[in-house]
Design a binder for this molecule. Structure first.
Ligand code: 48F
Length: 256
């Protein structure tokens, strides 16, 4: 294959997929543990789902475990998700398991993609589309390189029946909606570390925060003013699973 054919193969394949995913059932911002779990659960149920990740690598804050000791803790309630994905873990004490952070991130990504999730990396969600009824109808995207280089380049948009903000501590999508849309959405900001409460509240905080927009993972705690947790990840996985269930209901209702 000559160089131009290689270039053509890459460009054609990418653009074909991007065009196909300009209309999706569910669009997820952020490929951390909550976004990947949500994507996996949706794709497993044949929902057309794309994840847009601003960084080169997916997995968010999982790779480094806690303070670069690359292990994560997962509580018994979420162990079933690790087992389903084939991620090994060992019991540390009753109700708590330890897994390898790299294995978890890599397997979660691989299983999500094998289930049918399409991941677009190097793309940042910088805004949403909103309609007169206040409904979020899609995401506004730009190359991460554009914002890094501070270039004045307009974004492009994709349509979705449901959007999930899984952007982690920053809650980027919710913040832009709170700032720009006039929706009654306030981002309270996360509180200091308190693992037990943070883990307890994260699933409850995983909900539709304005029509068409769900929030999952650490973004859910950031929006609702709940604490951060450190390297315990059960809540992230369970939150992703709940976000997928809620999104599926929205897709089935045919909301757009
Ligand atoms: O931060 P992240 O891992 O979020 P999460 O799924 O999990 C949180 C845990 O990693 C950890 C924790 C455990 O107790 O608290 O922090 O809630 O992943 C968020 C992903 O979203 C990407 C970001 O690069 C990361 O990979 N992201 C953030 N903002 C944007 C974005 C954006 N505007 N557009 C696209 N991706």
């Amino acid at each position: 294959m000559d160089e131009v054919t290689i270039s053509r193969a890459i460009t054609e394949s990418y653009v074909k997929e991007l065009l196909d995913y300009m209309d999706v059932d569910v669009a997820i911002a952020g490929a951390g543990p909550s976004g990947l779990t949500a994507g996996y659960c949706l794709a497993k149920n044949k929902v057309k789902v794309a994840i847009f990740e601003r960084k080169l690598s997916v997995g968010g804050g999982m790779w480094g475990g806690g303070m670069m000791f690359n292990k994560i803790v997962v509580q018994a309630e979420a162990k079933g998700i690790l087992d389903e994905l084939g991620i090994s873990s060992r019991q540390y004490q009753k109700g708590y398991y330890v897994a390898d952070a790299v294995e978890t991130a890599a397997t979660l990504c691989s299983r999500a993609m094998k289930a049918g999730v399409k991941i677009f990396n190097l793309l940042s969600v910088e805004d949403v589309m909103i309609r007169e009824n206040g409904r979020i109808t899609g995401l506004v995207l730009n190359w991460s390189a554009v914002s890094l280089a501070n270039l004045h380049v307009d974004p492009l948009a994709i349509r979705a029946k449901a959007v999930i903000d899984a952007t982690g501590h920053d809650a980027d999508v919710c913040r832009v909606v709170a700032r720009k849309s006039g929706a009654k959405l306030e981002v309270l900001g996360e509180k200091s570390m308190w693992a037990e409460v943070g883990e307890m509240e994260i699933v409850e905080n995983t909900k539709e925060v304005c029509p068409g927009l769900l929030v999952a993972g650490m973004a859910a705690n950031a929006v609702h003013g709940s604490p951060r947790m450190g390297a315990i990840f059960g809540g992230m996985l369970l939150s992703g699973k709940k976000a997928a269930e809620l999104a599926m209901t929205m897709v089935m209702r045919g909301e757009a």
